[in-house]
Write a protein that binds this ligand. Sequence first.
Ligand SMILES: [Zn+2]
Length: 93
Amino acid sequence: MPNSNDKSPTQRLRNAPRCQATAKGTGKRCKCTAVRGWRVCQVHGDGGGHRPGPSHPRWVHGGRSRDVTEARLLANLLARGLNSPFVIGGQIA
Ligand SMILES: [Zn+2]
């Protein structure tokens, strides 16, 4: 990323990532600026929370964990070969 301070402050704020939470009151996207490193704004739960993985209190068996899901996706792609809709020009999309 180039130096992000070379733009005007207004432009930097406009380009900032937006909160992806859905407001319960309106049913619409929040659209506030997301906190750095998070997908949501301060109101919708930045910070706190457990880190994902076996130490998470809702961890059961790990069969649906990110690593296993990713590996399963890759194994499926390999099994299907290059006819998969997720392979474009020999690259996994
Ligand atoms: Zn929000």
